[in-house]
Design a protein around this ligand. Structure first.
Ligand code: FES
Length: 178
C-alpha cells in the first residue's frame, strides 16, 4: 500500500507536473494563439475599418492623377514629337535668294531662286549653334567652321561633317518640313 500510494503519489505528482507543465504550455500556446488571433483580428479589424478611407482614396486618386498625367503627357509628347512633321519652318518670303536665315532650330536657305533647304543649326564640330548666314556659307562663331548653304557640307574650319539636313517643301507662302 505504501508502495502503491507512493507510486500513485509519484504518478500523480509526475502526471500533475506533466499536466501542470502541459497545461501551462497549452495555456501559454493558447494564450499566444489567442493573442495572435486577437492581433490578427485586430489587424483585420483595422484593415476593414480602413477600407472606407482606402476606398475614398482610390476613388479620389485615379481621377486627378490618371486624367492629368495622360492628358499632360500625351499632349506634350505629341506636340514636341510632331513639330518637325509638316511644321512651318519659315515664310518663304523671309529667306533671301542666295542666302538664308536662322529660325528656331533650323537654318533655312535658298541657294537658288525657288529652291529651299533646311539644316540643323547645331555645328557638327563641337555642338555650338551657328549664328550667321553670309557670303554663301553658314557660319559657326565658336571655332570658325563654315558650311555650304546648298548641302550643309563643311567648306572651311574644323568641322568634318555636314550639318544635318531636314527635307522641306513649299506649302503656299510657307516652307514646311516634308
Ligand atoms: S563648334 Fe562650331 S566650329 Fe567648333
Amino acid at each position: 500500500m505504501t508502495d502503491v500510494l507512493t507510486e500513485t503519489e509519484a504518478g500523480t505528482q509526475s502526471e500533475g507536473q506533466g499536466f501542470c507543465c502541459s497545461k501551462t504550455r497549452r495555456a501559454v500556446l493558447l494564450g499566444a494563439a489567442g493573442a495572435g488571433a486577437t492581433a490578427v483580428l485586430a489587424a483585420c479589424g483595422t484593415d476593414t475599418t480602413g477600407t472606407n478611407p482606402n476606398g475614398s482614396d482610390f476613388a479620389a486618386d485615379p481621377e486627378p492623377a490618371g486624367s492629368t498625367g495622360a492628358d499632360a503627357g500625351g499632349g506634350s509628347g505629341g506636340d514636341s514629337g510632331g513639330a518637325a512633321g509638316g511644321a512651318t519652318l519659315a515664310l518663304a518670303a523671309d529667306v533671301p535668294s542666295g542666302g538664308g536665315i536662322i529660325q528656331g532650330d533650323y537654318v533655312i536657305t535658298q541657294p537658288t531662286s525657288g529652291e529651299y533647304k533646311a539644316f540643323s543649326k547645331i555645328c557638327t564640330h563641337q555642338g555650338c549653334e551657328v549664328n550667321e548666314v553670309a557670303d554663301g556659307t553658314i557660319n559657326c562663331p565658336c571655332h570658325g567652321a563654315k558650311f555650304s548653304i546648298t548641302d550643309g557640307s563643311p567648306t572651311s574650319g574644323p568641322a568634318q561633317k555636314a550639318l544635318t539636313e531636314t527635307q522641306v517643301k513649299v506649302d503656299g507662302d510657307n516652307i514646311v518640313a516634308a
